[in-house]
Design a protein around this ligand. Structure first.
Ligand SMILES: [Zn+2]
Length: 348
């Protein structure tokens, strides 16, 4: 029992506080969240005190954060605390006003743009670049210790990859550690699968240059998402002038070549020299399900139905998710359901 003031009865009443699941709207998004509810035993009106209101708001925001894959307050704090930076210094690195981070850490909702900026800044390579850029504005001791920690994270990560027999040299997919979200199709980057999709495309698609490989990977991943609510590779995609592209595709395809899965060959079309990808190994179907293999096959047919990479590119410019985004934007896999010819790729 709790004593709460009822405005209608104009007195404090003793009431039971119940917990229910409620459908709420937060920033235009529908969420389900636990909400506390108290009813005045005298007049039957719903009543609340500050404590209940605060708990309900926190619960609704937490549900929204989970739904939209936004960082939680403690994760925001961790993003800079792991570098030994103060909240104020991290705010300077992000070009945020003084109290902004503090508001987020006390439960206010950050925008998706700011959320992305915080995640990016928390990556050690990016942190080093930000420290260089804002060196003069931060206390020297903080800059130095943050640099040391960033370098330690980088070398730790490199040695872990080396131990896993993994990626060589300076290759590091900036966003590879992103938890499952709508940007990676709710799958953490699965590098062996990403490689095999590219090997498959290089084996079966005619004249597979960068443009075609980007589009082929895009249609494979997005169709797979539309069919199974999970991407095939976990790769992220972005909007470019020439259509959807694999985020950081130069690094991604370059690494596939360096690791010896693909080779680049120069071919001449009359006066024009172009580079195409050829497979350097046999495709390994064992990593994929039967319906994923069917999607790969259909994407190849689709890609090969275009005479040139340019025509394929122009086709992709009619996709709604491309039309409705700006260059550089990450493409949400949620747009997969609106692909123009989805039934080309999956059984619908
Ligand atoms: Zn009342």
């Amino acid at each position: 029992m709790k004593s709460i003031y009822c405005p209608k009865c104009d007195k404090r009443v003793e009431t039971e506080v119940k917990e229910t699941m409620a459908s709420l709207t937060v920033r235009k998004a529908g969420v389900r969240a636990r909400q506390l509810q108290a009813i005045c035993p005298t007049c039957g009106e719903m009543i609340a005190d500050e404590e209940i209101s605060r708990a309900n708001l926190e619960s609704a925001f937490a549900a929204y954060r989970a739904e939209e894959h936004l960082l939680f307050p403690e994760e925001i704090r961790e993003a800079y605390a792991k570098y030994g930076l103060t909240q104020k210094s991290f705010g300077i690195l992000l070009n945020l006003g003084g109290a902004t981070l503090s508001r987020y850490e006390h439960g206010a909702l950050q925008t998706k743009q700011i959320d992305a900026a915080i995640r990016q800044a928390a990556q050690p390579e990016n942190m080093l670049a930000l420290l260089d850029e804002h060196e003069e504005e931060l206390p020297a001791s903080q800059v130095e210790s943050a640099r040391q920690r960033a370098r330690a994270f980088i070398s730790k990560e490199a040695s872990e990859h080396a131990l896993a027999g993994g990626r060589a040299g300076n290759f590091r997919l900036l966003l590879s550690e992103e938890a499952p979200s709508e940007r990676n199709g709710f799958r953490r980057l699965d590098w062996p699968r990403a490689i095999q999709i590219a090997v498959y495309m290089a084996t079966h698609c005619a004249d597979l240059g960068r443009t075609k490989l980007n589009k082929a990977m895009f249609y494979a991943d997005f169709s797979c998402f539309a069919e199974s609510s999970c991407s095939m590779s976990g790769l992220m995609y972005a909007r470019a002038t020439r259509g959807p592209i694999v985020d950081q595709y130069d690094a991604v395809f370059g690494q596939m070549v360096r690791e010896g899965h693909l080779v680049e060959e120069s071919v001449s079309y009359g006066p024009i020299d172009a580079t195409v990808f050829k497979p350097n190994e046999d495709f390994d179907p064992s990593l994929f399900t039967e319906s994923e293999l069917q999607i790969l096959e259909r994407v190849v047919q689709f890609v090969n139905s275009f005479a040139t990479a340019k025509e394929l590119s122009e086709y992709s410019h009619k996709e709604r998710l491309w039309v409705e985004s700006d260059n550089g934007d990450a493409l949400s896999y949620m747009g997969a359901f609106e692909l123009n010819d989805l039934n080309r790729f999956i059984e619908v």
